[in-house]
Write a protein that binds this ligand. Structure first.
Ligand SMILES: Cc1ncc(COP(=O)(O)O)c(C=O)c1O
Length: 458
């Protein structure tokens, strides 16, 4: 039973039909002969379809290989072009709960391109502190290259106040990028009405294929390209366009947005069933992110995220998986040591509190039977995870050898500061680029020499 739609969701029927039909054809959309012109027509039709689904105009759609590439293009491209226009602009105001595709990009710009990251705090629900953003803008607007705040958080499902953010930014003439990978086609997203300069979306989160996405980019927004070549997409993105994936992505977007009015309330209802089922089964589990009972519009319809005191998130994940329920911790695991989620830490949780995190995410194939199955297995799974957590804790504190082996990574003071209600200019408990050799998430076990991040960033 699949409760991990935020990681990736199955292809929708229209996407599958578009994909299979296009895969049996050939033609490079940049070629001038008949096959090329046919492929080009499919791409341009898909561009129109996607643009309509996202509230953009077709010329604002730049197809990419996915959300990660769109984020890189937006953040690096905006930073470089804004800084080239005025060298004082080196600050990037960015939320402290971003997906790695934005967070690592900003850190890379700090390390290699003279950027200064200002990590904006969130409140205990995972919502951006607008007052801090305003103060940072007012302090030195001429130094701000861009703002990047995700539309919906992939771990706790918090929906950020994008219109308020863009309204603030426009007072200072600062462009805003938003990673809308989790929000698009889950909640109403209107690029034109949002006031954003750039917005990232991804195919496989909405029923399209993996490996395709788009950056929505305002017509007057200048970007420096990240990769160079044929300049197929508005001269800012190079690479032969993947006609089949683009057609399927557009079909998925059209289908998902057309059904949003029914699917949104259906998933919200199912999500509330999950929340009730978890609370019934494990009364001390704590819902993280906005509570739909009090903040009905501040949470993604398909997201329920809990921390389970005394448990390790990985234990819960593996035991649930063995019981036939697929879920996610949402946080990274490095060299076999579970690392607390930077999102939960930014929301003010301690490392201990952040440990037993589990995300259940719903999508178009989810049904009430999924919730019933979760409720049926969660009690015994939780009991075993709690015993394993206590055993792990005991072995940590009982012998010097196990204490050394099991020691959680030290938390730099910088990271703790990220949860304080002020912006912070440095934050990092995650592995550095030099120690991170595998980010594929294909396993949870790592050796000291082979550092692995699992379950992260989905
Ligand atoms: C919020 C967010 N941004 C970006 C990405 C990356 O998207 P993609 O897998 O298309 O590269 C993901 C998914 O992993 C995500 O959840």
């Amino acid at each position: 039973m699949y409760l991990d739609h935020a990681a990736t969701t199955p292809l929708s029927a229209p996407a599958l039909a578009a994909l299979t039909s296009e895969l049996s054809r050939s033609g490079n959309p940049s070629s001038l002969h008949g096959s090329g012109r046919r492929a080009r027509a499919v791409v341009e039709q898909s561009r129109e379809t996607l643009a309509a689904a996202a509230g953009a105009s077709p010329s604002e759609v730049i197809f990419t290989s996915g959300g990660t590439e769109a984020d890189n293009l937006a953040v690096k491209g905006l930073y470089w072009s804004r800084r080239a226009a005025d060298p004082r602009r080196n600050r990037i105001l960015v939320s402290s709960i971003e997906h790695a595709a934005v967070q690592d990009t900003v850190e890379w710009l700090e390390q290699h391109e003279g950027a200064e990251a200002v990590w904006l705090p969130v409140d205990e629900r995972g919502l951006l502190r607008l007052d801090v953003l305003e103060a940072e803008l007012e302090a030195a607007p001429e130094t701000v290259a861009l703002i990047s705040v995700m539309w919906a958080n992939n771990e706790v499902g918090s929906l950020q106040p994008i219109p308020a953010i863009t309204a603030l930014a426009s007072r200072f003439g600062v462009p805003v990028h938003s990673d809308a990978v989790q929000a698009f086609a889950s909640v109403p997203v209107d690029f034109a009405g949002s006031g954003l300069a750039a917005m990232s979306v991804s195919g496989h989160k909405i029923g399209g294929p993996v490996g395709v996405g788009a950056l929505l980019l305002g017509r007057s927004v200048a970007l420096v390209p990240v990769q160079h070549g044929g300049g197929q997409e508005r001269s800012v993105r190079s690479g032969t366009l993947d006609t089949a994936s683009i057609a399927a992505f557009a079909a998925a977007a059209q289908d998902a947005v057309a059904h949003l009015d029914q699917e949104g309330p259906r998933l919200s209802w199912l999500r509330d069933q999950v929340i009730e089922a978890v609370r019934r089964t494990v009364p001390d589990a704590v819902l993280r992110g906005p509570d739909p009972a009090t903040d009905p519009t501040a949470r993604l319809p398909g997201n329920a995220h809990f921390t389970f005191p005394g448990c390790e998130g990985d234990s819960l994940l593996f035991l649930l998986d063995m019981a036939g329920v697929e879920s996610s911790t949402g946080s990274a695991c490095t060299a076999g040591v579970p690392r607390p989620s930077h999102v939960l830490l930014a929301m003010g949780l301690t490392e201990e509190q952040a440990r037993g995190a589990q995300r259940f995410s719903l999508g178009h194939t989810s049904t009430q039977q999924d919730v019933e199955k979760l409720e049926a297995v969660l009690g015994s799974v939780h009991e075993r995870a709690r015993l394993a957590g206590m055993a792990g804790h005991a072995s940590r504190i009982e012998t010097a050898g196990t204490r050394h082996r099991n020691a959680a990574p030290a938390q730099p003071a910088d990271r703790a500061a990220a949860s304080a209600p002020t912006a912070t200019t440095r934050t990092d408990t995650r592995p550095t680029d030099t120690t991170r050799t595998d980010t594929t998430g294909t396993g949870s076990e790592g050796t000291a020499a082979h550092t692995v991040r699992t379950g992260a960033g989905t």
